[in-house]
Design a protein around this ligand. Sequence first.
Ligand code: ADP
Ligand code: MG
Length: 565
Amino acid sequence: MDLNGFENTGTDPLLIRAIKEMGFEKPMPIQEKVIPVILEQERDVVGLAQTGTGKTAAFGLPLIQKTDKKSKNIQTVVLCPTRELCMQITNDIQNYSKYVKDFRVTAIYGGASIEGQLKELKKNPQIIIATPGRLLDFIERKKINLSKIDSIVLDEADEMLNMGFKEELNSILEKTPDSKNTYLFSATMPREVSEIASNYMNNAIEITVGGRNTGAENVSHLYYMVQARNKYPALKRIVDINPDIYGIVFCRTRADTKEIAEKLIEDGYNADSLHGDLSQAQRDYVMHKFRTKNLQILVATDVAARGLDVDDLTHIINYNFPDELLIYTHRSGRTGRAGKRGISIAIIHRKEMHKIKLTEKLIKKNFEYRLVPDGKAICEKQLFSLIDRMERVEVDESRIDPYLDVIYKKLNWLTKEQLIKQFVSLEFNRFLEYYRDAPDLNIVEGRENKREKGKKLNRSEVTRFFIKMGKKDKVSPAEIIGMINDMTGTKNISIGRIEIFGTFTFVEVDKAFTDIILSNIHRAEINRKQVYVEIAEPPDKNRKNPKTKERPFPKKKRSKNKNQN
Ligand code: ADP
Ligand code: MG
């Protein structure tokens, strides 16, 4: 038995079998510490660890194991801040429990049909993964009863509180029995999280892994590459795909700062500018608006932003990449503070790529290349954000009551479905209209603004990649294409011949995407497994390659010559 293995944590062999298949060899530190406590002790746990340290399995595995599979009752509730996370955790739990009989888990989250989720609930899940708003809704509709649960997990407690779920958390916790165990996980321990812990938890054991978050660790660096004239439209799309953005757009000059802010305001964004031409009173006014979050986007020069100290910025956008690299670190250091995650974005044109490379060396972190989102992605994002806001809005009964009668009468002719359509369109048409036929803004060498999906490629137009995964790994052409799509961030890419051998695969990809693929090698994954990818030798050379015993080209009948879709 492996001394460092999951076996030592007391984890059930059936669970171990499933997670080994997922590539979990040995427990991560938080798992090593938390799993035995949940399995063996009936007590509350506070787990503090940064993101990406394996917290889901730390509570997921032991809670699946402790579940009474014969029972049809909800025994565990996992609360998490967002729909994405909710689906992700559910998916993880499903994967871990692949070999466990009579175990059921369901996701309950906003922005999706209530009916579908009600149907899932009828299958009597023992664990539910939920976002607070929707869970409360179900509790109020008497579709979910938490009065008999054994455990509750508050995952990403700090994020839930950041997102304003404090009231919801309190009312949910009120509805759970005193006898339950509470497991709180968080990357940070701000005051509000401690409050929840002290109000609702007893004699909790605190398990901390690694230091508490430091600023720079939490910042992701992304870049987008567009032609200089497309910088402004790209900025708009980046803002549109991040409806909850609270950030600073940095420009080099006062003139740029003013111009960008004016354009944003004209285009309907909640933006303003901060630069040297403003009087002190004007500056104070703008800063105050921004600090109190009555302003979403601040366009600023480096000098003017100096006096501004705000902790919870979601994004820093480098509209002009700074000439001095130290300035970049100052800018990006304004986000990802106080244990929160932050994103620093650079919108560059092709000639600025070397600055990205130099900066990577300086900050000892890689930038991720991102494609400017297309209209469809933005419209989707906006739509769901709208629905989320609608679900979360506070209804002040006493104020709207006097009008409701008239409104009900006036809208009487609409069915519920029609009403929803009308209401959604009201807000949404602006985006649909703006992004109708919106061009691709990304610079992909020689392919600007063209959509070339499915086009046949000839040899001189492709780069051939070697992928260390083949028939033995049961990899399919669709999975190869999926991986390339994920790495490039687009499905709009022509893929040529895919040749799958025993232990490796060759795939031909539109040459224009070579750099993007190379800069995203770390994102090469199939079935959640990291995959080794490199540029293959051209076919002729490969024929002599002694490394590969197999024939470099398969026989005719086996050759796959597929274009995507
Ligand atoms: P957190 O919730 O702490 O942010 P996650 O639970 O999402 O982290 O895990 C981060 C990543 O690490 C996931 O991709 C997960 O599949 C992977 N992972 C978790 N535990 C292990 C393990 N023991 N061995 C290998 N990978 C793991
Ligand atoms: Mg997590």
